[in-house]
Design a protein around this ligand. Structure first.
Ligand SMILES: *Cc1c(COP(=O)(O)O)cnc(C)c1O
Length: 459
Protein backbone atom coordinates (compact mmCIF):
# COMPACT_ATOMS: atom_id res chain seq x y z
CA UNK A 1 0.00 0.00 0.00
CA UNK A 2 1.20 3.48 -0.85
CA UNK A 3 1.45 5.76 2.12
CA UNK A 4 -0.63 8.73 1.06
CA UNK A 5 -0.42 11.62 3.55
CA UNK A 6 -3.45 13.43 4.92
CA UNK A 7 -2.40 16.64 3.19
CA UNK A 8 -0.64 16.77 -0.11
CA UNK A 9 1.12 20.08 -0.72
CA UNK A 10 2.90 21.08 -3.91
CA UNK A 11 5.94 23.29 -3.55
CA UNK A 12 5.79 26.94 -4.63
CA UNK A 13 7.99 25.95 -7.57
CA UNK A 14 5.28 23.52 -8.69
CA UNK A 15 2.60 26.20 -8.73
CA UNK A 16 1.24 26.13 -12.30
CA UNK A 17 2.60 28.80 -14.65
CA UNK A 18 -0.40 28.81 -16.99
CA UNK A 19 -4.15 28.62 -16.74
CA UNK A 20 -5.95 26.13 -18.99
CA UNK A 21 -8.59 27.38 -21.43
CA UNK A 22 -11.02 24.48 -21.88
CA UNK A 23 -12.76 26.28 -24.75
CA UNK A 24 -9.79 25.49 -26.97
CA UNK A 25 -10.68 21.79 -26.60
CA UNK A 26 -14.48 21.80 -26.42
CA UNK A 27 -16.18 19.79 -29.17
CA UNK A 28 -18.92 22.38 -29.46
CA UNK A 29 -18.15 25.89 -28.30
CA UNK A 30 -20.84 27.61 -26.29
CA UNK A 31 -23.17 29.82 -28.31
CA UNK A 32 -21.79 33.33 -28.72
CA UNK A 33 -22.48 35.97 -26.08
CA UNK A 34 -24.78 38.52 -27.73
CA UNK A 35 -24.81 42.27 -27.60
CA UNK A 36 -28.32 42.99 -26.26
CA UNK A 37 -28.75 46.02 -28.53
CA UNK A 38 -27.81 44.39 -31.84
CA UNK A 39 -28.20 40.67 -30.99
CA UNK A 40 -24.86 40.18 -32.75
CA UNK A 41 -22.00 38.28 -31.10
CA UNK A 42 -20.09 40.63 -28.82
CA UNK A 43 -16.61 41.77 -29.79
CA UNK A 44 -13.75 42.93 -27.59
CA UNK A 45 -14.71 46.53 -28.40
CA UNK A 46 -18.31 45.88 -27.28
CA UNK A 47 -16.99 44.60 -23.96
CA UNK A 48 -14.30 47.23 -23.41
CA UNK A 49 -16.54 49.91 -21.87
CA UNK A 50 -17.51 47.39 -19.17
CA UNK A 51 -14.50 45.09 -18.73
CA UNK A 52 -10.74 45.54 -18.72
CA UNK A 53 -9.43 44.99 -22.22
CA UNK A 54 -7.22 42.00 -21.41
CA UNK A 55 -10.11 40.32 -19.59
CA UNK A 56 -12.43 41.01 -22.53
CA UNK A 57 -9.88 39.23 -24.72
CA UNK A 58 -9.75 36.29 -22.35
CA UNK A 59 -13.53 36.19 -22.36
CA UNK A 60 -13.63 35.66 -26.11
CA UNK A 61 -10.53 33.50 -26.45
CA UNK A 62 -11.37 30.16 -28.06
CA UNK A 63 -7.96 29.30 -29.45
CA UNK A 64 -5.20 29.55 -26.83
CA UNK A 65 -5.21 26.35 -24.83
CA UNK A 66 -2.88 27.75 -22.17
CA UNK A 67 -2.60 31.34 -20.97
CA UNK A 68 0.41 32.53 -18.94
CA UNK A 69 -0.24 33.52 -15.35
CA UNK A 70 1.47 36.93 -14.98
CA UNK A 71 4.40 36.89 -12.52
CA UNK A 72 2.74 39.41 -10.19
CA UNK A 73 -0.36 37.23 -9.96
CA UNK A 74 1.72 34.12 -9.44
CA UNK A 75 3.64 35.89 -6.66
CA UNK A 76 0.38 36.84 -4.95
CA UNK A 77 -0.82 33.24 -5.34
CA UNK A 78 2.28 32.15 -3.42
CA UNK A 79 0.96 33.92 -0.32
CA UNK A 80 -1.81 31.31 -0.03
CA UNK A 81 -1.15 28.68 -2.68
CA UNK A 82 -0.58 25.92 -3.61
CA UNK A 83 -3.62 24.98 -1.56
CA UNK A 84 -3.71 21.58 0.12
CA UNK A 85 -5.27 18.52 -1.39
CA UNK A 86 -6.57 16.58 1.58
CA UNK A 87 -7.18 12.87 1.82
CA UNK A 88 -10.37 12.63 3.89
CA UNK A 89 -9.28 9.59 5.89
CA UNK A 90 -11.45 10.57 8.84
CA UNK A 91 -14.56 10.99 6.71
CA UNK A 92 -13.89 7.67 4.97
CA UNK A 93 -13.63 5.99 8.34
CA UNK A 94 -16.78 7.64 9.69
CA UNK A 95 -18.70 6.48 6.63
CA UNK A 96 -17.12 3.03 6.58
CA UNK A 97 -16.58 3.36 2.85
CA UNK A 98 -13.93 1.68 0.71
CA UNK A 99 -13.93 4.84 -1.47
CA UNK A 100 -10.90 7.12 -1.39
CA UNK A 101 -12.05 10.67 -0.85
CA UNK A 102 -9.92 13.72 -1.63
CA UNK A 103 -10.83 17.36 -1.36
CA UNK A 104 -9.08 20.46 -2.58
CA UNK A 105 -9.34 23.07 0.15
CA UNK A 106 -9.57 26.67 -1.04
CA UNK A 107 -10.52 28.27 2.27
CA UNK A 108 -7.06 29.11 3.60
CA UNK A 109 -6.97 32.81 2.83
CA UNK A 110 -8.66 35.71 4.61
CA UNK A 111 -11.53 35.92 2.12
CA UNK A 112 -12.17 32.28 2.95
CA UNK A 113 -12.84 30.97 -0.55
CA UNK A 114 -11.50 30.20 -4.02
CA UNK A 115 -12.72 33.58 -5.31
CA UNK A 116 -9.38 35.24 -4.57
CA UNK A 117 -7.85 33.21 -7.44
CA UNK A 118 -9.76 35.28 -9.98
CA UNK A 119 -10.01 38.51 -7.96
CA UNK A 120 -6.25 38.99 -7.94
CA UNK A 121 -5.99 38.30 -11.67
CA UNK A 122 -8.77 40.74 -12.52
CA UNK A 123 -7.34 43.48 -10.29
CA UNK A 124 -3.92 42.93 -11.87
CA UNK A 125 -5.22 43.45 -15.41
CA UNK A 126 -7.13 46.56 -14.30
CA UNK A 127 -3.98 48.01 -12.75
CA UNK A 128 -1.97 47.17 -15.88
CA UNK A 129 -4.47 49.08 -17.96
CA UNK A 130 -4.07 52.16 -15.79
CA UNK A 131 -7.61 52.05 -14.39
CA UNK A 132 -8.23 53.61 -10.99
CA UNK A 133 -11.33 51.88 -9.72
CA UNK A 134 -13.55 48.83 -10.04
CA UNK A 135 -17.15 48.02 -9.23
CA UNK A 136 -18.71 44.69 -8.47
CA UNK A 137 -21.56 42.92 -6.74
CA UNK A 138 -21.42 40.39 -3.96
CA UNK A 139 -24.01 37.96 -2.71
CA UNK A 140 -22.82 36.00 0.27
CA UNK A 141 -19.84 38.35 0.52
CA UNK A 142 -16.95 36.07 -0.41
CA UNK A 143 -16.39 37.67 -3.78
CA UNK A 144 -16.57 41.21 -2.40
CA UNK A 145 -14.06 40.28 0.28
CA UNK A 146 -11.72 38.61 -2.20
CA UNK A 147 -11.86 41.57 -4.54
CA UNK A 148 -11.33 43.99 -1.65
CA UNK A 149 -8.13 42.15 -0.81
CA UNK A 150 -7.01 42.23 -4.45
CA UNK A 151 -7.82 45.92 -4.91
CA UNK A 152 -6.18 46.77 -1.59
CA UNK A 153 -3.04 44.98 -2.80
CA UNK A 154 -2.87 46.85 -6.10
CA UNK A 155 -4.13 50.19 -4.75
CA UNK A 156 -7.40 50.30 -6.73
CA UNK A 157 -10.61 51.86 -5.43
CA UNK A 158 -13.54 49.47 -5.14
CA UNK A 159 -17.29 49.88 -4.81
CA UNK A 160 -19.19 46.69 -3.85
CA UNK A 161 -22.95 46.33 -4.31
CA UNK A 162 -23.95 43.76 -1.73
CA UNK A 163 -27.28 41.92 -1.97
CA UNK A 164 -29.32 43.60 0.79
CA UNK A 165 -30.44 40.43 2.54
CA UNK A 166 -26.82 39.26 2.76
CA UNK A 167 -25.57 42.61 4.01
CA UNK A 168 -28.08 42.36 6.84
CA UNK A 169 -27.21 38.71 7.58
CA UNK A 170 -23.46 39.25 7.38
CA UNK A 171 -22.40 42.60 8.85
CA UNK A 172 -18.90 41.28 9.58
CA UNK A 173 -18.21 40.78 5.91
CA UNK A 174 -18.63 44.52 5.49
CA UNK A 175 -16.08 45.16 8.23
CA UNK A 176 -13.52 43.03 6.40
CA UNK A 177 -14.19 44.68 3.04
CA UNK A 178 -13.90 48.15 4.54
CA UNK A 179 -10.66 47.21 6.23
CA UNK A 180 -9.22 46.49 2.79
CA UNK A 181 -10.52 49.86 1.59
CA UNK A 182 -13.73 48.97 -0.27
CA UNK A 183 -16.99 50.93 -0.16
CA UNK A 184 -19.95 48.59 0.49
CA UNK A 185 -23.49 49.55 -0.61
CA UNK A 186 -26.56 47.37 0.07
CA UNK A 187 -28.44 46.62 -3.17
CA UNK A 188 -30.96 47.62 -4.43
CA UNK A 189 -29.74 51.12 -3.60
CA UNK A 190 -30.65 54.68 -4.47
CA UNK A 191 -27.20 55.29 -5.98
CA UNK A 192 -28.15 54.05 -9.47
CA UNK A 193 -31.04 54.45 -11.91
CA UNK A 194 -31.71 50.73 -11.98
CA UNK A 195 -31.68 50.52 -8.17
CA UNK A 196 -34.05 53.46 -7.80
CA UNK A 197 -36.41 51.95 -10.36
CA UNK A 198 -36.52 48.60 -8.59
CA UNK A 199 -37.03 50.25 -5.19
CA UNK A 200 -39.88 52.37 -6.55
CA UNK A 201 -41.61 49.22 -7.75
CA UNK A 202 -40.74 46.92 -4.82
CA UNK A 203 -39.64 48.99 -1.77
CA UNK A 204 -39.06 45.84 0.35
CA UNK A 205 -36.93 44.13 -2.27
CA UNK A 206 -34.26 42.09 -0.46
CA UNK A 207 -32.05 42.15 -3.50
CA UNK A 208 -30.54 39.58 -5.79
CA UNK A 209 -27.23 39.06 -7.47
CA UNK A 210 -28.84 40.00 -10.76
CA UNK A 211 -29.90 43.41 -9.42
CA UNK A 212 -26.55 44.07 -7.77
CA UNK A 213 -24.83 43.30 -11.08
CA UNK A 214 -27.03 45.83 -12.87
CA UNK A 215 -26.10 48.52 -10.35
CA UNK A 216 -22.38 47.77 -10.47
CA UNK A 217 -22.36 47.78 -14.29
CA UNK A 218 -24.24 51.08 -14.43
CA UNK A 219 -21.68 52.77 -12.20
CA UNK A 220 -18.73 51.25 -14.09
CA UNK A 221 -19.83 52.43 -17.52
CA UNK A 222 -20.70 55.92 -16.29
CA UNK A 223 -17.53 56.57 -14.22
CA UNK A 224 -14.15 57.57 -15.66
CA UNK A 225 -11.30 55.06 -15.25
CA UNK A 226 -13.68 52.44 -13.88
CA UNK A 227 -14.60 48.95 -14.99
CA UNK A 228 -16.84 46.22 -13.73
CA UNK A 229 -15.62 42.82 -12.59
CA UNK A 230 -17.57 39.66 -11.87
CA UNK A 231 -16.62 36.79 -9.61
CA UNK A 232 -18.20 33.84 -11.39
CA UNK A 233 -20.08 32.71 -14.53
CA UNK A 234 -17.73 34.38 -17.05
CA UNK A 235 -15.21 32.43 -19.12
CA UNK A 236 -12.32 34.54 -17.76
CA UNK A 237 -13.26 33.56 -14.21
CA UNK A 238 -13.39 29.86 -15.05
CA UNK A 239 -10.01 30.30 -16.70
CA UNK A 240 -8.43 31.76 -13.55
CA UNK A 241 -10.04 29.08 -11.40
CA UNK A 242 -8.37 26.30 -13.39
CA UNK A 243 -5.49 26.79 -10.96
CA UNK A 244 -7.61 24.63 -8.60
CA UNK A 245 -7.86 21.70 -10.98
CA UNK A 246 -4.31 21.99 -12.29
CA UNK A 247 -2.88 21.82 -8.77
CA UNK A 248 -5.25 19.00 -7.83
CA UNK A 249 -4.21 16.95 -10.82
CA UNK A 250 -0.50 17.42 -10.10
CA UNK A 251 -0.97 16.49 -6.44
CA UNK A 252 -2.99 13.37 -7.34
CA UNK A 253 -0.34 12.35 -9.86
CA UNK A 254 2.21 12.38 -7.04
CA UNK A 255 0.09 9.74 -5.31
CA UNK A 256 -0.55 7.77 -8.50
CA UNK A 257 -4.20 8.65 -8.25
CA UNK A 258 -6.80 9.71 -10.80
CA UNK A 259 -10.38 10.57 -9.84
CA UNK A 260 -13.29 8.37 -10.93
CA UNK A 261 -15.72 11.03 -9.76
CA UNK A 262 -15.22 14.82 -9.61
CA UNK A 263 -17.78 16.79 -7.61
CA UNK A 264 -18.23 20.52 -7.19
CA UNK A 265 -20.91 22.84 -5.96
CA UNK A 266 -22.24 25.08 -8.70
CA UNK A 267 -23.46 28.62 -8.23
CA UNK A 268 -22.23 30.38 -11.33
CA UNK A 269 -19.95 27.45 -12.09
CA UNK A 270 -16.47 28.86 -11.56
CA UNK A 271 -15.03 26.51 -8.92
CA UNK A 272 -16.48 23.42 -10.56
CA UNK A 273 -15.34 24.62 -13.97
CA UNK A 274 -11.86 25.24 -12.58
CA UNK A 275 -11.64 21.99 -10.62
CA UNK A 276 -12.75 19.79 -13.45
CA UNK A 277 -10.97 21.61 -16.33
CA UNK A 278 -7.78 19.52 -16.63
CA UNK A 279 -9.76 16.31 -16.11
CA UNK A 280 -12.24 17.52 -18.73
CA UNK A 281 -9.28 18.00 -21.06
CA UNK A 282 -8.53 14.29 -20.61
CA UNK A 283 -12.15 13.40 -21.18
CA UNK A 284 -12.44 15.50 -24.33
CA UNK A 285 -9.25 13.87 -25.61
CA UNK A 286 -10.60 10.38 -24.84
CA UNK A 287 -7.83 9.58 -22.36
CA UNK A 288 -9.98 9.21 -19.25
CA UNK A 289 -13.68 9.27 -18.45
CA UNK A 290 -14.16 10.66 -14.96
CA UNK A 291 -17.76 11.18 -13.91
CA UNK A 292 -18.45 14.88 -13.25
CA UNK A 293 -21.23 15.97 -10.91
CA UNK A 294 -22.44 19.54 -10.36
CA UNK A 295 -24.33 20.11 -7.11
CA UNK A 296 -26.79 22.94 -6.65
CA UNK A 297 -29.34 23.98 -4.03
CA UNK A 298 -32.84 22.59 -4.47
CA UNK A 299 -34.04 26.18 -3.96
CA UNK A 300 -32.07 27.57 -6.93
CA UNK A 301 -31.96 24.66 -9.38
CA UNK A 302 -30.65 26.18 -12.61
CA UNK A 303 -29.09 23.00 -14.08
CA UNK A 304 -31.59 20.48 -12.79
CA UNK A 305 -34.77 22.43 -13.51
CA UNK A 306 -33.76 25.46 -15.57
CA UNK A 307 -34.06 26.09 -19.29
CA UNK A 308 -31.13 26.09 -21.73
CA UNK A 309 -31.77 29.43 -23.40
CA UNK A 310 -30.38 32.86 -24.14
CA UNK A 311 -30.90 35.05 -21.12
CA UNK A 312 -29.60 38.20 -19.50
CA UNK A 313 -26.93 37.80 -16.86
CA UNK A 314 -28.61 40.42 -14.63
CA UNK A 315 -32.06 41.48 -13.51
CA UNK A 316 -31.87 44.97 -14.99
CA UNK A 317 -31.20 43.48 -18.46
CA UNK A 318 -28.19 45.68 -19.16
CA UNK A 319 -25.65 42.86 -19.60
CA UNK A 320 -25.02 40.81 -22.73
CA UNK A 321 -27.12 37.72 -23.42
CA UNK A 322 -25.62 34.31 -22.82
CA UNK A 323 -27.02 30.94 -23.74
CA UNK A 324 -27.01 29.02 -20.48
CA UNK A 325 -29.12 27.02 -18.08
CA UNK A 326 -31.23 29.67 -16.42
CA UNK A 327 -34.17 30.16 -14.10
CA UNK A 328 -34.82 33.57 -15.65
CA UNK A 329 -33.03 36.76 -14.66
CA UNK A 330 -35.96 37.77 -12.43
CA UNK A 331 -35.76 34.59 -10.35
CA UNK A 332 -35.08 35.20 -6.65
CA UNK A 333 -34.65 32.20 -4.34
CA UNK A 334 -36.96 32.12 -1.32
CA UNK A 335 -35.82 34.29 1.59
CA UNK A 336 -35.16 31.29 3.88
CA UNK A 337 -32.39 30.13 1.57
CA UNK A 338 -29.14 30.50 3.51
CA UNK A 339 -26.74 28.39 1.57
CA UNK A 340 -25.38 30.72 -1.12
CA UNK A 341 -25.33 29.63 -4.78
CA UNK A 342 -28.30 31.87 -5.46
CA UNK A 343 -27.50 33.03 -9.01
CA UNK A 344 -30.24 32.49 -11.64
CA UNK A 345 -27.94 31.28 -14.43
CA UNK A 346 -24.93 29.05 -15.00
CA UNK A 347 -21.61 29.52 -16.76
CA UNK A 348 -22.06 29.20 -20.55
CA UNK A 349 -19.08 26.81 -20.69
CA UNK A 350 -20.50 24.55 -18.00
CA UNK A 351 -23.97 24.82 -19.54
CA UNK A 352 -22.66 23.69 -22.92
CA UNK A 353 -20.63 20.84 -21.42
CA UNK A 354 -23.70 19.72 -19.49
CA UNK A 355 -25.93 20.01 -22.53
CA UNK A 356 -23.45 17.91 -24.53
CA UNK A 357 -23.12 15.30 -21.78
CA UNK A 358 -19.46 15.91 -20.87
CA UNK A 359 -20.48 17.31 -17.51
CA UNK A 360 -22.30 14.09 -16.72
CA UNK A 361 -24.73 14.96 -14.02
CA UNK A 362 -26.34 17.67 -11.94
CA UNK A 363 -27.89 16.98 -8.57
CA UNK A 364 -29.77 19.28 -6.24
CA UNK A 365 -29.71 19.07 -2.45
CA UNK A 366 -32.06 20.64 0.11
CA UNK A 367 -30.38 22.96 2.56
CA UNK A 368 -31.10 20.98 5.73
CA UNK A 369 -29.39 18.00 4.06
CA UNK A 370 -26.52 20.28 3.13
CA UNK A 371 -26.06 21.34 6.74
CA UNK A 372 -26.31 17.73 7.92
CA UNK A 373 -23.35 16.97 5.67
CA UNK A 374 -21.56 20.12 6.87
CA UNK A 375 -22.00 19.10 10.50
CA UNK A 376 -20.66 15.60 9.94
CA UNK A 377 -17.74 16.97 7.95
CA UNK A 378 -16.88 19.57 10.59
CA UNK A 379 -16.94 16.95 13.33
CA UNK A 380 -14.82 14.35 11.59
CA UNK A 381 -12.54 16.37 9.29
CA UNK A 382 -12.15 19.35 11.61
CA UNK A 383 -12.85 22.11 9.10
CA UNK A 384 -16.03 24.19 9.34
CA UNK A 385 -17.16 24.21 5.71
CA UNK A 386 -18.93 26.99 3.83
CA UNK A 387 -22.56 26.09 3.12
CA UNK A 388 -21.81 26.31 -0.61
CA UNK A 389 -18.98 23.81 -0.31
CA UNK A 390 -21.20 21.57 1.78
CA UNK A 391 -23.35 20.88 -1.27
CA UNK A 392 -20.35 19.09 -2.72
CA UNK A 393 -19.70 17.34 0.60
CA UNK A 394 -23.28 16.05 0.65
CA UNK A 395 -22.92 14.45 -2.77
CA UNK A 396 -19.41 13.14 -2.04
CA UNK A 397 -20.97 11.38 0.96
CA UNK A 398 -23.78 10.00 -1.21
CA UNK A 399 -21.23 8.61 -3.65
CA UNK A 400 -19.02 7.20 -0.89
CA UNK A 401 -22.03 5.43 0.62
CA UNK A 402 -22.85 3.93 -2.77
CA UNK A 403 -19.32 2.52 -2.81
CA UNK A 404 -19.97 1.07 0.63
CA UNK A 405 -22.94 -0.81 -0.81
CA UNK A 406 -21.16 -2.06 -3.91
CA UNK A 407 -17.73 -2.49 -2.34
CA UNK A 408 -16.12 -0.37 -5.08
CA UNK A 409 -12.95 1.53 -4.18
CA UNK A 410 -13.67 4.58 -6.27
CA UNK A 411 -11.52 7.68 -6.04
CA UNK A 412 -13.67 10.72 -5.33
CA UNK A 413 -12.40 14.28 -5.66
CA UNK A 414 -14.47 17.22 -4.52
CA UNK A 415 -13.93 20.95 -4.13
CA UNK A 416 -14.04 22.32 -0.60
CA UNK A 417 -14.36 25.89 -1.78
CA UNK A 418 -14.37 27.73 1.52
CA UNK A 419 -14.86 28.03 5.23
CA UNK A 420 -18.09 28.72 7.05
CA UNK A 421 -16.96 31.39 9.51
CA UNK A 422 -19.14 34.04 7.94
CA UNK A 423 -22.17 31.76 7.74
CA UNK A 424 -22.73 31.39 11.43
CA UNK A 425 -26.29 32.74 11.26
CA UNK A 426 -27.13 29.82 8.99
CA UNK A 427 -25.36 27.39 11.30
CA UNK A 428 -27.27 28.87 14.24
CA UNK A 429 -30.56 28.31 12.43
CA UNK A 430 -29.57 24.75 11.62
CA UNK A 431 -28.44 24.04 15.19
CA UNK A 432 -31.65 25.54 16.59
CA UNK A 433 -33.73 23.36 14.30
CA UNK A 434 -35.38 26.38 12.70
CA UNK A 435 -33.86 25.95 9.26
CA UNK A 436 -36.46 24.97 6.69
CA UNK A 437 -36.37 23.83 3.08
CA UNK A 438 -38.24 25.50 0.31
CA UNK A 439 -38.30 23.86 -3.06
CA UNK A 440 -39.78 26.15 -5.70
CA UNK A 441 -42.97 24.87 -7.27
CA UNK A 442 -43.33 24.64 -11.04
CA UNK A 443 -45.46 27.79 -10.82
CA UNK A 444 -42.63 29.62 -9.00
CA UNK A 445 -40.24 28.59 -11.74
CA UNK A 446 -42.67 29.64 -14.47
CA UNK A 447 -42.62 33.17 -13.08
CA UNK A 448 -38.85 33.23 -13.52
CA UNK A 449 -39.00 31.65 -16.97
CA UNK A 450 -41.42 34.36 -18.09
CA UNK A 451 -38.51 36.86 -17.88
CA UNK A 452 -36.43 34.90 -20.40
CA UNK A 453 -36.38 36.92 -23.63
CA UNK A 454 -37.76 35.43 -26.83
CA UNK A 455 -35.16 35.91 -29.49
CA UNK A 456 -36.69 35.21 -32.85
CA UNK A 457 -34.63 32.90 -34.97
CA UNK A 458 -31.81 32.57 -32.45
CA UNK A 459 -31.38 29.20 -30.83
C1 LIG B 1 -18.99 31.89 -4.54
C2 LIG B 1 -18.78 30.60 -3.91
C3 LIG B 1 -19.23 29.42 -4.52
C4 LIG B 1 -20.00 29.37 -5.80
O1 LIG B 1 -19.48 30.01 -6.90
P1 LIG B 1 -19.02 29.24 -8.20
O2 LIG B 1 -18.73 30.31 -9.16
O3 LIG B 1 -20.14 28.36 -8.64
O4 LIG B 1 -17.83 28.47 -7.82
C5 LIG B 1 -18.96 28.23 -3.88
N1 LIG B 1 -18.32 28.18 -2.70
C6 LIG B 1 -17.90 29.29 -2.09
C7 LIG B 1 -17.21 29.17 -0.77
C8 LIG B 1 -18.11 30.53 -2.67
O5 LIG B 1 -17.67 31.62 -2.05
Amino acid sequence: MKNIPYKIYLSEEELPRQWYNVRADMKTDHSPILNPATLKPVTVSDLEPVFCTELAKQELNTTDRFIDIPDEVRDFYKMYRPSPLVRAYCLEKALGTPAKIYYKFEGQNTSGSHKLNSAIAQAYYAKQQGLTSLTTETGAGQWGTALSMACGYFGLKLRVYMVRVSSEQKPYRKAVMETYGAKVIPSPSDTTNVGRKILAEFPDNTGSLGTAISEAVEVAVSTEGTRYVLGSVLNQVLLHQTIIGLESKKALEKCDEYPDIVIGCAGGGSNLGGLMAPFMQDKLAGRHAPHFIAVEPASCPSLTRGKFAYDFCDTGKVTPLARMYTLGSGFIPSANHAGGLRYHGMSPILSQLYHDGYLDEARSVEQTKVFEAAELFARVEGTLPAPESSHAIAVAIQEALKCKETGEEKTILFGLTGTGYFDLAAYMAYNAGTMTDYIPTDADLERGFSCIPHLDGIQ
